[in-house]
Write a protein that binds this ligand. Structure first.
Ligand SMILES: Cc1ncc(C[n+]2csc(CCOP(=O)(O)OP(=O)(O)O)c2C)c(N)n1
Length: 322
């Protein structure tokens, strides 16, 4: 069944917000205006958007080193995000975290994470807390194909299955762990198969089709809320830019033809085509949404650039919790 028009428009806007935030971050990074490593999510927007559209107050997400998309999808503030990328005191971590450490506890976004496989144990902790406190809340744990080889993923999956935790594992299988193609780091093809070893369902979905992700995530999240335990949702996707930054590090590990073929299945273009067919949003309407979001991006960048750097005296603040 096709989701309601307002749901489709919501998915479209969420994806565009991720895309335009990321394209701008990529440009700024290329221009040398953002310090540190920047891992872009462009191409994978349907995954974060399709899952996040089911989440609400009290739910959580755990993220990865490619985390901007997850935060934008749950409603992250562009101003504080750009400020964090620029290292300014108005940023999410007061300028001391950068791209890979942005968190927003008010939105339940428990943090981007430079540690591959760092998210699953945190997600299990959050989900255990939700269950113990008898809430109806769910935790969505995003991770990559590479991360699914880490011991932390397997320990987390084991406990989530054992305790039937209200959790969904969302594997963003973009076909590579850094520069290593999946068939050179895993003997299996579908990471969803791993769920069987821990006693819960694994589902494979086209990660470029936001409606497919939305529907599969909806079932998995409803199942978790009913107390029936976790699901592993594997979304087959692709990153359009390099592992780090836009042009990357000069390592050749995939062909231009391969990138071009995946770009033909750009998740935003696919949804816009569908919206036009359904008579919900035409090209002019889509362009208007794009312009609105782009204006929001521009305003946030100006805010971030005019913000102060943290005072050196703040260097050791927030290092220890009391
Ligand atoms: C524990 C740990 N090991 C290794 C690394 C180096 N590293 C950074 S990204 C990455 C690949 C991760 O692949 P995947 O989980 O598939 O995510 P993708 O980058 O493809 O989105 C690796 C090995 C790291 N950051 N943390």
């Amino acid at each position: 069944m096709t989701p309601a028009p307002e749901t489709l428009l919501d998915l479209h806007r969420r994806m565009l917000r991720i895309r335009l935030f990321e394209e701008e971050a990529g440009r700024l990074s290329e221009a040398g205006r953002i310090p540190g490593a920047l891992h872009l999510y462009v191409g994978e927007e349907a995954v974060a958007a399709g899952v996040a559209a089911h989440l609400g107050p009290g739910d959580q997400v755990t993220s990865t080193h490619r985390g901007h998309g997850h935060l934008v999808a749950v409603g992250g503030d562009f101003r504080r995000m750009f400020a964090e990328l620029f290292g300014r005191a108005t940023g999410y971590c007061r300028g001391k975290g950068g791209s890979m450490h942005i968190a927003d506890m008010d939105l339940g976004m428990l943090g981007a994470n430079g540690i591959v496989g760092g998210g699953p144990p945190i997600a299990v902790g959050a989900a255990f807390s939700n269950k113990y406190r008898k809430t109806q809340n769910v935790t969505a744990c995003f991770f990559g194909d590479g991360a699914s080889n880490e011991g932390s993923f397997h320990e987390a999956a084991n406990m989530a299955g054992l305790y039937r935790l209200p959790l969904i594992f969302v594997c963003e299988n973009n076909g590579f762990g850094e520069f290593t193609r999946q068939d050179r780091h895993q003997a299996i093809r579908d990471i969803a198969d791993r769920a069987a070893g821990y006693g819960f369902p694994g589902v494979v979905v086209d990660g470029m089709d936001v409606i497919a992700v939305y529907e599969a995530a909806g079932e998995a999240i409803a199942r978790a809320r009913r107390g029936e335990g976790p699901t592993l949702l594997e979304c087959k996707t692709y990153r359009f830019y390099d592992h780090v930054g836009v042009r990357g590090m000069g390592v050749v590990y995939r062909s231009d033809d391969e990138v071009r073929a995946w770009r033909e299945r750009d998740p935003i273009t696919l949804l816009e085509r569908r919206l036009a067919e359904l008579g919900i949003l035409d090209a002019a309407g889509a362009a208007a949404v794009r312009d609105q979001v782009q204006a929001e991006v521009r305003e946030a960048v100006a805010f971030a650039e005019s913000s102060p750097f943290p005072d050196p005296s703040a260097l050791t603040e927030d290092v220890y919790a009391s």
